[in-house]
Design a protein around this ligand. Structure first.
Ligand code: BDR
Ligand code: CA
Length: 311
């Protein structure tokens, strides 16, 4: 089993992503990092500890508290995931002692301990990953692969017409990450909007066991939120798809190219602009942007042929 770190702002679909990661049997979870996003940082940490306990994560897998606030914004909370971020669930706290090492420091340390082997899946704002890269830019060359859920290359945003939530929530963090040289795959709305959870899936979850019964409650709240906020009767499984892509890129159709994050404009801050192709190209961008195009990544542009509900 390969070493992995999950960085998350739990979050209803974040919870499912964690359960899915544990269920694949492919990964050796080295740390679970909490980050503010769907809920403020401290609530994200509480939720992460609660989920670690609810899903039976071994006591020796540490849960780390994330950055105190985003780099780009003052702390905020979104209402999509309900008052606690897990709908209305307040989970019993983990019995493990609280970690004193913060998420960014843990990521720097683990990138050294598992140099060349470590996969990082980030399914919230990229604040912790950016903080780790600021602390130690060599993290970019030690991590084997970063898969992050965020951005929208060719489809509209979900927070405003151009920006996806995780990038909108901390655009400077996303900019630091995609221009760092870290090998990354961006799993944005182009792909995740296509992986839907249906109301019919609830009964199968309910029947599967106590861990899944919690997930079923969370997914019921998620479906309701989708209905209330978007009028849609199915819900996009954004974060679980990023976990899927970490083990198998064929979950999505992806292309190589550069992602540039808009960090300056009041109107379009958090937009991800995707420039397809390798970095050596003839476009005449202003120098501040050309400097960024030297780092390419993989960008998911659609969902692959697999049926997610089978997983
Ligand atoms: C992303 O935003 C959050 O609300 C979800 O958990 C997911 O990570 C989708 O835009
Ligand atoms: Ca999330």
């Amino acid at each position: 089993r390969a070493p992995i770190v999950l960085d998350s702002d739990p979050g209803l679909d974040d919870a499912v992503a964690l359960q899915y990661l544990l269920g694949t049997g492919l990964w050796d979870l080295k740390a679970y990092l909490a980050v503010g996003g769907n809920v403020p940082a401290e609530q994200a940490f509480r939720n992460a500890r609660g989920l670690a306990r609810a899903f039976g994560i071994a006591a020796d897998v540490p849960v780390h508290r994330g950055a105190g606030r985003p780099i780009s914004r003052v702390e905020f909370s979104a209402d999509f995931h309900g008052p606690t971020g897990l709908g209305t669930e307040v989970l019993p706290d983990s019995t493990a002692p609280e970690q004193t090492e913060c998420a960014a420091a843990a990521l720097v340390r683990l990138s050294k301990e598992y140099e060349g082997e470590l996969t990082v899946v980030a399914i919230g704002p990229l604040t912790n990953v950016a903080a780790a890269l600021l602390l130690d830019p060599q993290v970019a060359y030690r991590v084997r692969h970063l898969v992050f859920m965020g951005g929208a290359a060719r489809v509209p945003g979900n927070t405003n017409p151009v920006a996806e939530f995780n990038v909108w929530a901390d655009p400077d963090a996303a900019d630091i990450v995609v221009s760092s040289g870290i090998p990354y795959t961006m799993v944005g709305l182009d792909a995740t909007n296509r992986w839907r959870f249906h109301r019919d899936d609830l009964s199968r979850l309910d029947a599967a066991g106590p861990g899944q019964r919690l997930t079923a409650r969370l997914m019921r709240a998620y479906l309701k939120s989708y209905e209330d906020h978007t009028g849609q009767d199915t819900a996009a499984l954004h974060d679980p798809l990023a976990v899927g892509v970490a083990s198998d890129e064929s979950f999505v159709t992806a292309e190589t190219g550069t992602v540039i994050v808009e960090t300056a404009s009041h109107l379009t801050r958090g937009q991800t602009v995707f420039i397809p192709g390798e970095s050596d190209r003839s476009y005449d961008y202003p120098p501040a942007i050309s400097a960024r195009t030297k780092h390419t990544g993989r960008v998911a542009l659609g969902a692959g042929p697999r049926d997610f509900s089978a997983h």
